[in-house]
Each structure stands twice: as C-alpha cells, then as structure tokens.
Write a protein that binds this ligand. Structure first.
Ligand SMILES: CC/C=C\C/C=C/C(=O)SCCNC(=O)CCNC(=O)[C@H](O)C(C)(C)COP(=O)(O)OP(=O)(O)OC[C@H]1O[C@@H](n2cnc3c(N)ncnc32)[C@H](O)[C@@H]1OP(=O)(O)O
Length: 721
C-alpha cells in the first residue's frame, strides 16, 4: 500500500494506497503506475521498495470486484510487468499476508524479503479463478513446476519459512522487514537486473516433465469432481512449460475469462462472503467466559475424543470426564493418538501442542472436578433419559455461571434443559465427525437459552477455529432436518426402480464426495435404525397392524430397516447398500444381493419398476432438501439462506463450486424449483416433503426475488436471531 522510493541513504514516501489492491482498483493501479514511473524518471532515486500498511502486504484483489461487470482484473498484469521492467531494483517487503494479486505484485519485484510470520499464496482457485496477473507464468519459473502447481491448484497459504526453502523469497527476517528490504535494496543498487526478471527465466526442466504433468492432471481432475478452476489452473501452468512467456500470459488470460464467466466463480465468492457474514453474526450480548474457558468434555466416545482434541488444539484447558476407569483409559488412549498425530502435523510450525501438561488436559472419573469449569460439553450417546440424568447432575455440581452444552444431532434442547435449574445456560453444540477435523459447529438455542449463553457458544466456536452457526431448536436442527428428505427421496427412488450405485453416481457427479448410500454405509445404518425405533416408526413399539409402507398417513420406506434386520449395517459389518471386502472395509462394490432383494421387494409390494433418469434423481433429492430449507427460513429457525449454505458447505460435503443449496436454488431459478416440486408432489401426494413450501411460493409470486432479499419477505423472524 505504500510505495517508497529508496535513494542512496534516505527513504521518502511517495504514495499511499489501500488495503486490497483493487478495492479502489483504478486508483490503486494508477497510483502504482504513477509512483513507478516517477521513481524511474527521478535520477536521485536508485531503488524502489514496495510494502504494505499495518503489517500486511496485501490480500490481493477485492473479491467483490469480480462480480462487477466493470472488472478490470487483468489490468494488474501490465502493472506487474511494469514493476519487473523497472531499470531500478524493486524490492518487496512482505509482512502479514501476500495473497493472490498481492503475491503477483511481489513476483514482479526483483527481490522479496519476508517477515518470518508472513504467509503467502495464490488462493484464486478457492474463489473459482486462477492467478490472472501473470502469476501462473512467473511462479513456475521461480520455484519450479511441481511446487508452483501445488500452490496454484490448491490455493494453500505457505509460511515464510517454507517460501524461503522454495526460493519464493530471498530472505526472511524476525525484526523490521521494511528496514531489511531497504538494506537489501541499497546492497543491490547497480547490479544487473536481467537475471532477476522472472519473465526472462526459463521454466526449470524436469527429467520427466511430460509424465509428471500427465499424472498431475489426472490427480487434479479426480479431486476436482466438476470444479473447473483447479483444472484450468493446471492448464495455465502447463502453458508455462510449453510456450514462451508472452504466449503463456495470453493463455492465462483466456482461461481466466472462462472461469470468470463460468458461474462457479460467483458461487465460490458468494461462499467466501457467506462464511464471513455468519462469522460476524452476533447477539447484542457479551460472552460470559470469553477466552478463559476451562472446558469439561463429558463422555469420551468417538465424538468426545474429537471434541477434546479440538479443544486442546485451540489451547483451551480441558478436564475430560468418563463414567468409569475402563472407558476413561480407552478414551484417553484414543485422544493421545489423535493429539500425537496433530502434533506431528504441526511440527516445524510456530505453534506447539501442549497436551502432556495436566494443567492443560486432565482425565478423570470424578464428577466433582467439574465444579470450577466455565463450560461443559456433554458428548454421551444420543439418549434423552441419559442426557437428562447427566444435566441434572451438572446443574447441581457446576458453578452458577457455567454454561452447559450438549452435543446432539437431533434431541430437543428444551427437554434436556428441563432437567436443570438453569435452562438459560443450556445450549446445543452439534459437532460433526471427526470433530477435530470438521469445521462446522451448529449452535442450538432453546426456549430459555440466554443471549449471553449464545454469545459464549459463538466465542467457543471462534476460539476452536470452527464456523459456528446459530440455529433454532427443532428435530434435526438445520443440517439434519434438510438431510432427512434428501435421504428419504434416495430410498424412495430405490423402491421405484433405481439402484444405490445409480443414485450415488448422480449425486457424486453433481459434486458430492460421496452419495447418500455410500454415506449411509460409512456412518452405519444402525444409527438411523435406532432413531426410528425411538420414534416408534419401526421395531417393537410400532403399533400392530401398521401398514408396511405408510406411517402416520405418509409414505414410508422400510428398506433401511429391512437391511438392518439382516445385520447389514454398512462398512462396519462389510455389507450395507453395497458390499465391502471385509467388515470394516472401505471399498464399496455394487452388490447383486441388493439388486435381487430390491426386485423381490418391488414384487412383494406390487411396485412397478420403472427407469428413472438422472434428472429426476437429482431433482427429487436436491429440491426436497432445498424445500425444507425454505420451511426452516420461514419458521425462523435460521437467520438467512447464507447460514444454511455455510452449514451445508462445511458439514455436509455440499460441493463448494455450487455455493450451497440455497444459492444453488437461486441459480437454478426459484420458478423452476417450484414447478418441479409441484410436479413431483402431484406424482407422490403421500410425500409431504415434496409439497412446495409456502415461502418458496411467495418468493416466486413476488417475481423470483434475489437471494439477498429473501428474508425481507418474511414478516416474523426469531427474536433471538
Ligand atoms: C485478472 C487477475 C487479476 C487479479 C489477480 C488477483 C486476483 C486476486 O487477488 S483474488 C483475491 C485473492 N485473495 C484471497 O483470496 C484472500 C482472501 N482473504 C483471506 O483469505 C482472508 O481474508 C485473509 C487471510 C486475508 C485474512 O483472514 P482473517 O484475518 O481471518 O480475516 P477475514 O477473512 O475475516 O477478513 C477480514 C475482512 O476482509 C475481507 N477481505 C479479505 N480479503 C478480501 C479480499 N481479497 N477482497 C475483499 N474483501 C476481503 C473479508 O471479507 C472480511 O470482511 P467482512 O467481514 O466485511 O466480510
């Protein structure tokens, strides 16, 4: 943001511009261009140094600018060229971050000095673009093709220490970066600049470049699953290996334009801002125990282990509690394995994982040790009676201000709170498995939960580096409630003639990592079976004489129950919707037994088998999920469509380049979503989840309102959101 010119011994400020290189695009570019020309023309100026303000070099172009028709993104390229062609040495002083266009500017400089704590990267791929200011051509020339491909196709940020090893920066410093850059500038005055101009350098050769590129392309394609940007990033880097610099730049610009108009870039940029909007969301209240939490993890099963690991990673002191020594020792061992693994990943980084210190992590079976903690996260298994018993005990033992959180994916927060004398301090925290990896945290407030309890849970999410989304209390909350109709449709499609692998394929082609049946096999079919038994939908509590395919006047499919009755719980038993190489195996193969079973089932229930095309599979699964999203918004269970999208992007594997289910609905067009739901609902009148939500109808009736205006059409919103 500052361009300094460096005379032999003195430093004078020439211009001051803004944080994001293109926030005031024309002004910033103009200022850079003017400053450089002025420096070049002034014989008293011997060198130039470019740095940022307030300890940050640049986060790159203003992402909002890419959705404006007047985007002038490519104009940054000529400025980078101008920097490079300067007859006086130009040194970048990198502090904080140098990302995207920011790093591209640094690549135009002849030298780069970075602070040891700085981070660098070309994250354009994560917003659906490629580094379009000649970065795909300069970076491989500087650090070689493998490292450049890795940075450009993944968008990862790298620490300065790694940048130094790669040769991306010339020097790293612990103290004053700007002074170090000026020192370097003074040192190199008069030295030839040709060897420092990256556009003149050849791309370093590899003995097996072609084979390397082929393999890399296959890998990028396999991981992208319909996401265009990584593939086009690859092509731009490939161009650097095949063409002279200027032609490579032309190719980069063509590919950039393809991405800019692809629709995927808008989806990803929407997702970028949606996540930040959700993060910014706050209640008027202050957290009660901000940043000084001592947290007790209650229950050390799979979820509890992940939660404790996450807390330790976030440097939050933890007391981990189990009901007996056997479970405690088992849980402790598992947590230690996870923590050792995390510590290994963090090796070489600035932060160390401190988990052998009992003041940071303590394991106990003594409930009384919870007396002094600020917050408890209960993570026993999903059983209302057990949870109520524990909350009653917690309410008696914990100090008056302590917040009591329950990790649940569906249970009623109010009922759990009713077992305590402090329902205002009871809140749901729905972690996703594995809890030390997954970023999402659904925060569920009950009828009596206080605003400061919500604010405290939000603070906890921030401290744990998770994306906390506050939602209301209803069966399945937001994520699972939207997932139920999706899975229900997938199973109905099997009844009507489809196969698990056909349904999964359509949804995987859409971009999900795994389809609903592979997912169900992974999670275990017994989980849903237990829940359906609890709801009286199957098992001994099902009233005698119930129809096989109807429950409470609605269509019901007993297929998952029938599989469970045959011991087919999925991967854990080696059989589920697919077959596996062994119990615990992970390779799903279509199972002829399932095909035979389905056709027998259709015969038994006199269901005519029909061919179901990909469009119907996709629409019935996705539109029923989206329809539920509209119902959720109308009921005031969530603050806005961005919140639902952030939940789906971070907890349910929704493909990022589709922006989330509600954003996707807006791109399909609400009138089309409505028309299709109406059609499917007419064909299946006994499936309420296909009946279009009144809110969706309203948004269509007012003329297909744009997503950012949806909430203005609701008269009533939750007072707590
Ligand atoms: C033809 C080619 C032309 C040009 C090529 C160049 C292209 C580019 O440069 S594209 C942009 C590439 N840069 C990025 O993708 C960086 C995005 N930002 C981040 O990763 C992070 O914000 C950060 C690491 C820079 C900082 O993280 P953190 O400290 O956690 O803060 P926040 O993420 O909450 O951000 C704070 C605030 O800043 C807004 N913001 C950040 N970066 C940008 C940006 N590049 N454009 C616009 N706005 C940005 C962010 O939205 C937050 O504001 P709000 O809370 O109001 O949303």
């Amino acid at each position: 943001r500052h361009l300094y010119t460096c005379t032999q011994n003195s430093l004078s400020l020439i211009i001051s511009v803004f944080v994001y290189i293109s926030t005031f695009y024309q002004a910033v570019l103009q200022a850079l261009e003017d400053g450089l020309k002025k420096a070049d023309a002034d014989p008293s100026v011997k060198a130039v140094m470019i740095c940022g303000e307030n300890g940050k070099f640049s986060a790159g172009a203003d992402i909002r600018g890419f959705s404006s028709p007047k985007t002038l993104g490519v104009a940054l390229g000529p400025i980078v060229s101008l920097i490079e062609s300067s007859e006086k040495p130009v040194v970048a002083a990198i502090e904080g971050v140098a990302l995207g266009g920011g790093l591209e500017v640094a690549l135009g400089c002849h030298y780069r000095v970075a602070h040891a704590k700085a981070r660098m990267g070309l994250p354009e791929v994560t917003i659906g673009l490629l580094p379009g200011a000649e970065g795909t051509q300069r970076l491989p020339r500087l650090i070689g093709v493998p490292a450049a491909l890795d940075m450009i196709t993944t968008g990862k940020h790298i620490p300065a220490t790694e940048a130094l090893k790669l040769g991306l920066v010339d020097e790293i410093v612990e103290e004053n970066t700007i002074e170090a850059a000026i020192r370097l500038a003074n040192k190199v005055i008069g030295q030839p600049l040709g060897p420092r101009r990256l556009s003149l350098k050849p791309v370093p050769k590899l003995p097996n470049m072609e084979a390397f590129l082929q393999e890399a392309q296959v890998k990028v394609k396999r991981q992208a699953r319909g996401f265009l940007a990584p593939e086009l990033c690859f092509q731009a880097v490939q161009a650097a290996t095949q063409r002279p610099f200027a032609e490579g730049v032309r190719r980069e610009r063509e590919l950039f334009q393809v991405l800019l108009s692809s629709g995927q870039a808008q989806a990803l940029q929407y997702a970028f801002f949606a996540e930040r909007a959700v993060h910014r969301w706050a209640t008027p209240a202050q957290p009660t125990a901000a940043s000084t939490f001592t947290v007790a993890g209650q229950g050390l099963g799979t979820m509890g282990q992940g939660i404790v690991t996450s807390l330790v990673k976030a440097n939050i002191p933890v007391v981990a509690l189990e009901q007996n020594l056997e479970y405690l020792n088992k849980g402790r061992k598992a947590v230690m394995v996870l923590l050792e693994r995390e510590a290994k990943k963090m090796e070489g980084g600035a932060q160390k994982l401190d988990f052998h210190n009992p003041a940071r992590l303590q394991f106990t079976v003594d409930f009384n040790l919870l007396h002094d903690v600020d917050l408890v996260i209960e993570a026993v298994f999903e059983n209302m009676a057990l949870k109520k018993e524990i909350f009653h005990k917690l309410s008696n033992i914990c100090k008056p201000g302590a917040l009591l959180c329950t990790n649940t994916s569906a249970l009623d927060i109010d009922e759990i709170a009713s077992a305590t004398s402090r329902p205002q301090q009871v809140i749901g925290t729905h972690f996703f498995s594995p809890a030390h990896v997954m970023r999402l945290l659904e925060i569920i407030y009950g009828r009596h939960t206080s605003p400061s309890a919500i604010a405290t849970a939000m603070q906890l999410a921030k401290d744990m580096k998770k994306v906390g989304v506050v939602v209301g209390n209803c069966f399945g909350f937001v994520g699972n409630r939207m997932m139920f109709p999706y899975v229900e449709q997938a199973v109905f499609l099997l009844e009507e003639g489809s196969r698990p692998e056909a349904v999964d394929q359509v949804l995987e082609d859409f971009g999900f990592k795994i389809g609903p049946f592979r997912m169900s096999d992974l999670a275990g079919l017994d989980v849903g079976w237990r829940s359906r038994k609890g709801q009286g939908l199957t098992g001994p509590s099902l009233p005698a004489g119930s129809s096989a395919r109807q429950r409470r006047g609605q269509r019901y499919s007993p297929l998952p129950d029938l599989l469970c009755e045959r011991g087919r719980f999925g991967q854990k038993t080696g059989k589920g919707w697919y077959q596996y190489e062994r119990a615990g195996g992970r390779t799903a193969t279509p199972d002829p037994w399932i095909h035979g079973f389905l056709s027998q089932y259709r015969d038994t229930h006199r269901i005519e088998t029909r061919y179901i095309d990909q469009e119907e599979i996709l629409e019935r699964c996705l539109f029923s999920l989206i329809n539920e999203g509209f119902a959720i918004l109308a009921e005031g269970i969530a603050s806005g469509p961005e919140h639902l999208d952030v939940i789906y992007l971070n907890g349910y594997g929704w493909p990022k380049h589709r922006g989330g289910p509600m954003f996707y609905a807006s791109t399909v067009g609400l009138p089309r979503v409505l028309a299709k739901l109406q059609k499917y609902s007419e064909a299946h009148p006994d499936v309420p989840k296909l009946r279009p939500s009144a809110f969706l109808k309203k948004l269509v009736a007012v003329g297909n309102a744009p997503l950012k205006e949806w909430m203005s059409y609701l008269s009533r919103q939750s007072p707590k959101l």
